[in-house]
Each structure stands twice: as C-alpha cells, then as structure tokens.
Ligand binder design. Structure first.
Ligand code: F0G
Length: 460
C-alpha cells in the first residue's frame, strides 16, 4: 500500500520536460485572427497551456516509452497485438478485439456492421464522431439521458444516467427490432464529463435484456467513471477501480475505445465484442478501412504502449490523482464564482458560456467567442462545446441548438502541474471580470462534417 495522503498529489515524478512557448498579447491577438477564431486552427507553438483536449495528449510513463522499443513491426501477427489482446481481456473482460487507429475508426466499423438504414440508436447524449458514424450508417441517434444532464446548474451526481422511461418510450414507438443497440458512454463527454452509476447501468442491462437489445459501450473514459462510482456510489467505496471497470464492461456486449484518453497513449483505439459473428465481420471490415486485423492502422510499438497504458490507467492511485487535478481546478473556479458545469467533470472543467456571456444569443457563438478570449488573455487553449460542435439537423439543415453552450478546459493526463492550474484559473477569472465587453462571432466558413474542427469566424 502506498503511504496514505489526503491530497490528490501525483504518484509519479517528472523525468523529462518539454519547454513551452511564452507569447505576448499582441502575438496572441494576431494568431487568433489568423486562426479564424477557432482554437483548433492555432499552431500549438503559439499555445502556452494546451487544454484543447485530453485526447492523445497524455504523458506516457517510462515503462510505456520502453515499450515502444519492443515494437514488433511485423505486418501480420505482431507480438504487440497479442499483448494488447491480453491487456483488454484482462482489464476490460471483452472476448474479441480489433485494433483501430483511434476511436472513430472503431465507431465506423461497428456502426457499419450493426446499424441498418432506418434504425434508431438511443444513447446517453450524443458524441460528435459517434453520432456521425451512426448517421452515415443510416441510423438516427436518439437522446435518452436524464434531463439533469442538459442543465449545467443541476448538481445531480449521476448526470450520465439513462432515463429508463425515455428508453421504454423509444422502444414502444419504434419496436426493439429497429434498435440494434443502446449506446452508453462512460463518462459522458458532452454533458461535462459526467458519470453513469452502476445501479443505473444494471437496470439498463435488465431492461435491454428483456427486449433483446445490445448495449455498446463507448469506454473512452471508463476508468474515470469507475473512480466516481468508487467515490460516490453506495456500497462501492471498498472496491478497486480495476474491479469496477471490469464490472461495467461485463454489463455491456461490446465496446469502442479511443485509447487516446484513459489508456494514456498518443494514438490508438479498438473495437471489442463478445459476439463471434460481429467479430468475424469486424475483422474482415477492418482491412478495408484501417489495416490488417492484427494492427488496425497502428504500429506494433503503438499497441505495446497501449497494452501498458491500459494496465496503468486502472490503478487507484493514478486515477485519483488524475481526477483530483481536474477537481482542483474546478473547485478553484467555483470559489471564484465563475459559472461552470456542476458537478465538476472527470476530464475537464466546462465553463457555462450561456451564464458567462448572457448578452450573446446562441447564434453569435458565445462559447466559441469565450474560448478565443481566453486564449488571447493568457495563451490557454480551450475548446467550444456548444452550437458549433452540435452541427446541423440532418433533416431540417438548421443548426442544432443544444441546451449546453460550453467551453471545455480539458486536462491532459500527467502533463501539467498545480501551478499551471492556478494560471488557468486566474486567466478565467480575469476574462470573467471583463465579460461584458466580449462580442459575438459570425461563421465565415463551414465544413460539411464535424464543422467545429475547421470552421472559421470573424468578430461581429
Ligand atoms: N467517444 C468519446 C466519448 C470521445 O470523447 C471521443 C473523442 C471519441 C469517442 C472519438 O475518439 O478521437 O480517438 O477518434 N474525443 C476527443 C475529445 C476528440 O477531444 O473529446 P477518437
């Protein structure tokens, strides 16, 4: 047992550092203009603290770096593939796995296999790439998350929960045959990094079993969700995160994974299933879109780093420090009176742009404008999670208008220090104090798919 300490302090020390660029305000104003007020279009060299995403931005451990040297770059049957398969079976419990280059590669394959045109895919809130692949396969996403998830100020602890009555209504309306699976994310990114409870997942398993419907698990941040179950759910406090992760997975039939988050690698993902037929088809389809079924678009060394990262990701001390750092920033902002999504999420702190900038209508892209302002203030790069991310309605062509209009301060794993978190909080506070003079934006370029990545804006 490690020494018990009451803070969230990190269970590691720093062995190598990467110097950051410090910029002036004038440089940042110019960089933001050149980036069309989209933080995705900023060169990272112009960024001081990069909270754009927790995806692929983690620091790998010395063991993972050593694992890179053990890469077996055979086209077929690399030993690293077998290590990965073993790590997934051991820590997640799924039977069959297909590696992919990242999460959306797995979503593409799984959606093509399971969804028929006209199908309905209920889920605990949409995620951008997940929903797009469901739609490209001919399905329609239906939101069945609890109402509290759409309310930034609700302090309900399980905002990732499914509203079972909503699901019952979807089944009654369309029939179970039209529902290839229920899509469950742990944790729910777009709700602000909110967990689903084990009790809710068990009840969902019961319900779906009765109707013969699968549960497909977007397990991108499953260890973080398991940690929240350990921390908050009755009767779960004595269990290890690793044990809870295994139980979560056991309540589902298959999964897609972006290993760039929880699993502590810079690139990688996989699809998993307990059904032989689905596996056979996926193993065949992966050669079309990703690569042979024993590498799925990854180098052998990437699979080795992922296998090691998976084991590290479910360790109690690791996950406690990871989420602890996010809570540190969140609590600091709450103390400052800044409006953020409550409760604080596990992978980031989400600024409530509607409450932050009440003078801007949603069509003036308040979250996009706020993210730009924060960058200009301090070089902290955040990301819009609001109307731009929500895209357009596939039938009407109008914007989707999500209730949540958020700026995400996403914390990479094992990368930044407490002092960095202080800089971020101070900058958010400064921008908050000057919020009344922040103006809205107009979109000048809109890509067809996942527009938030490449859209351009100018000041109104
Ligand atoms: N599912 C969830 C819940 C995600 O957060 C992501 C990625 C994906 C699937 C897709 O995985 O990027 O490896 O293809 N989220 C990143 C983010 C992009 O910044 O939240 P991917």
């Amino acid at each position: 047992m490690p020494a018990r300490h009451t803070s969230w302090a990190e269970p590691y020390k720093i062995k190598m550092v990467e110097p950051l660029t410090m910029t002036t305000r004038e440089q940042r104003v110019q960089a933001m203009e050149e980036a069309g007020y989209n933080t995705f279009l900023l060169p990272s060299e112009r960024v001081y603290i990069d909270l754009l995403t927790d995806s692929g931005t983690s620091a790998m451990s010395d063991r993972q770096w050593a694992g890179l040297m053990l890469g077996d770059e055979a086209y077929a049957g690399s030993r690293n593939y077998y290590h990965l398969e073993e790590a997934i079976q051991r820590h997640y419990g799924y039977k069959y796995i297909v590696p992919t280059h990242q999460g959306r590669g797995a979503e593409n394959i799984l959606s093509r296999i399971l969804i028929k045109p006209g199908d309905i895919v209920p889920g605990n809130m949409y995620f951008t790439t997940t929903k797009l692949h469901q739609e490209l396969a001919g399905g329609t996403f239906t939101d069945i998350i609890v109402d509290e998830a759409h309310d930034a100020q609700s302090t309900f602890p399980w905002k990732g929960n499914v509203d079972l009555a909503k699901l019952e209504r979807v089944i009654a309306e369309h029939g179970a045959k039209k529902i290839p699976y229920v899509s469950i994310a742990t944790t729910v990114n777009m709700a602000g990094g909110q967990p689903i409870s084990l009790a809710n997942l068990k009840a969902l398993r019961e319900l779906t079993k009765r109707h013969g419907i699968r549960i497909i698990h977007d397990m991108t941040r499953v260890a973080e969700n398991a940690y929240m179950i350990q921390r908050m759910e009755e009767g779960q406090g004595h269990r290890s995160v690793a044990e809870i992760v295994l139980e979560i997975c056991s309540l589902t039939d298959g999964a897609t994974m972006s290993a760039k988050k929880d699993a502590l690698v810079n690139i990688g993902g996989f699809m998993a299933t307990n059904e032989w037929d689905v596996f056979e088809e996926a193993r065949n389809m992966v050669v079309v879109y990703e690569g042979l079924h024993t590498y799925g678009g990854l180098a052998g060394r990437d699979m080795e780093a992922m296998a090691i990262g998976i084991a590290e990701s479910v360790q109690d001390d690791h996950i406690r420090a990871r989420v602890g750092q996010v809570f540190y920033l969140g609590n600091k902002l709450l103390e400052m009176g800044v409006p953020i999504v409550k409760p604080v999420g596990t992978h980031g702190v989400f600024l409530d742009a509607k409450a932050f900038l009440p003078h801007l209508p949603q069509t003036a892209f308040p979250a996009q404008a706020l993210a730009a302002e924060l960058y200009i203030d301090s070089g902290v790069r955040a990301m819009e999670r609001g109307i731009v991310s929500a895209g357009r309605d596939k039938d009407t062509g109008d914007h989707c208008y999500p209730d949540l209009e958020l700026v995400r301060l996403t914390i990479p794993r094992r990368v930044y220090t407490q002092a960095h978190m202080d800089v971020v909080a101070e900058s958010v506070q400064r921008v908050y104090e000057q919020r009344e003079r922040i103006t809205g934006l107009r979109m000048t370029y809109e890509p067809k798919y996942l527009r938030f990545f490449q859209a351009r804006f100018e000041r109104l």
